[in-house]
Write a protein that binds this ligand. Sequence first.
Ligand code: ADP
Ligand code: ZN
Ligand code: ZN
Length: 803
Amino acid sequence: MNIASVIVDVPAKQTDRTFDYLIPVKWQDIIKPGTRVIVPFGPRKIQGFVTDIKSQSDIEKLKEIVEPMDLVPVLNQELLELGHWLTENTLSFKLSAFQAMLPAALKAKYEKKIKLVAGIGIESLPEELQPFFKKGNSITWEDALLNGIVSALKKEVTNGHLEVVYEVIERVKKKKVKFVMPLLSHDEIKGVLAQLSSRAGKQKDLLIYFLENRSPIELTKLVSDHLMTKSAIKALVEKQVIVEIEKEVYRDPFMNREFSRTYPLSLTDTQKTAIQPILKDIKKKQHAVFLLYGVTGSGKTEIYLQSIQEVIEQGREAIVLVPEIALTPQMVNRFKGRFGELVAVLHSGLSAGEKYDEWRKIQAGEVSVVVGARSAIFAPFENLGIIIIDEEHETSYKQEEMPRYHARDVAIERAKNAKCPVVLGSATPSLESFARAQKGVYHLLTLPGRMNNQSLPPVEIIDMREELRGGNRSMFSRSLLEKLKVRIEKKEQTVLFLNKRGHSSFVMCRDCGYVMNCPNCDISLTYHRVSEQMKCHYCGHESYVPKNCPECSSEHIRYFGTGTQKVEDELGKVLPEAKVIRMDVDTTRRKGAHERLLNDFQEGKADILLGTQMIAKGLDFPNITLVGVLSADTMLHLPDFRSSEKTFQLLTQVSGRAGRHELPGEVVIQTYTPEHYSIELAGKQDYDLFYQREMMVRKIHRYPPFYFISLITVSHDQLMMVVSVTEKITKYVRSRLSNEAVILGPVASPIPRINNRYRYQCLIKYKREPDLTQTLKKVLDQYQKDVSGGLQVSVDVNPFILM
Ligand code: ADP
Ligand code: ZN
Ligand code: ZN
């Protein structure tokens, strides 16, 4: 068993298979399936994942593995198998699947170096180059550039004296902290103390300290808290009285916070009815999927907590997925409050090092619960007892790059293997999940009311067209403005929500209708007020804001659409006394800003919290009594069959922010299409009726959950090429599938050009097509091989973005 099958770090079709390498004898105990290794690949040395160990290979002359990168495999057997499953189900490269399962810090980085060829002496090099190779036998490419010797070096490469190599560098730095501790015994220190000259006062202080304290202390603490000097410490280290040691520590982003301990609440009867089947399956080690359907505040989280409790008592582990934007400190505290140190947290706000440290705690078995965003579904637990997905309808559970997986599917696959339940929770379940629950594929659990029996807040829907007819041109309806004023007087708080996804500020000529588009992409440019520029969100193109219309020279060219900044300005005009906190990508870019702004709002430092999607979730402050939605329908007009569902979910979610405590709340929704069922029914908070209406639409148009869909997108910088390739693919797919499948294409994508690449697509709707995966693989095999021509073909199975 001395041959390893290795997936190498080259994400391409040709290398999407294992390569065999010999394991040197000295590493045969260490290199196991799941270990990262460095292997020679062509002229380079690159990283790879060992997926298998075997005793035979078809290849005669095998190269040797250079060295292992891990002492303990980073992927366990279950995750290795999950990687294969992921590859099959999302049609991605094996490498991408494995990388997706690991923290970013474990992704390889390479350093380009120029090295003396083995056996060549430094004297073979021209004199001016020799100094660079005196210290080591190589210099980095960057240093070569800095010193302006690249072309001289190249000559030597041609002469065979030097070679270009790539070295894998470990990105992860385990954080180390310096500690100091005594080396001598108590009595010996006393002896040293007696001999010190009277001038060495600082050293004396230090010795006295260590007479009383013998445990290691952080060097920085010794200096800051105990007022010792670094020179004194250094002196005593040199005399070998004390010693400096480095200890590995975890970067704990939540270390300095206090968590007030919480205890299980005694469950209400409805909660008991809901939790029982979950507990039963945990105990019986049986797999099932539960859909826990209940409005915000209905007590779902308490059910999660008590289910996890049972899992922990059994010595097993739990994964809790929460959408990235809902992963607030409040949310985390609920889990840390109940399970304390047993909880690890994984979210994108952490630095790569912090994430890696949290991941290591999971791998080392130091924690039993992980709370995290999408990728936490790959937490390397060995004994899963439950997987919980809160807000299961959230589209952020779908990864939009390779591997294009949905965390819900991965959860179910892992839970099947681990024989444990999956709990999907939502107030507005995705149509797919609710339909499965209706059919009995999932087990439906319902929590009908709010815990405190508080009724849902009344919702007023305002037709903005009427406002306009009544002469109100402002972005606030009269009713909303009135209500805002009352809140400010009463010192109550308001959340104003701007649904920005879908449209942003663009520039349009009022006279001729000219819209400023990106010259590279067929999409309008977005106006950025701060920099006074137009920007393309797809390719980064920037341009000035025209004073006159380029088409008709009219001066009436101005920007439309409402950004949060513009709303903030308007608020300043109509309600100058209001204190506003704005939360959007711009104000929350800095680390911790998100949390700080929320804290400020919670502490009552502002009357109004104004923001985008970001504020739709997780907010639970007692003083919020008004929620306003400024533009409810912007998302409805996207070319996306889920746009009604998304609109309904978002509006329901936002409305749930008001009046969750003693003070009663109110919701105002402004819209230009009040008659649309997703808006009307969100106003009534009637999920069941919405579900029925939307299911009818989906059935008629043959969309999920009645049909599955897969999307093939082709792009190239030549339109003819794109059209003809898409045409060929469509024909081939059609020839391989049954008549039941609907194949739409070739058609231009809703965004037909991005960054000067034309985009065409083929959409496949189907019920049962056993040959589909094979067919799609063939398509990818055929077209992903030759990427040199610039052709890109991608397949998204169950896409969430159709543009
Ligand atoms: P959800 O997750 O559905 O939004 P939560 O679990 O957060 O609902 O419950 C809403 C509120 O009700 C929380 O403040 C929670 O502490 C409280 N709560 C939940 N279950 C109980 C219970 N059995 N007894 C008393 N209070 C409860
Ligand atoms: Zn014009
Ligand atoms: Zn562009």
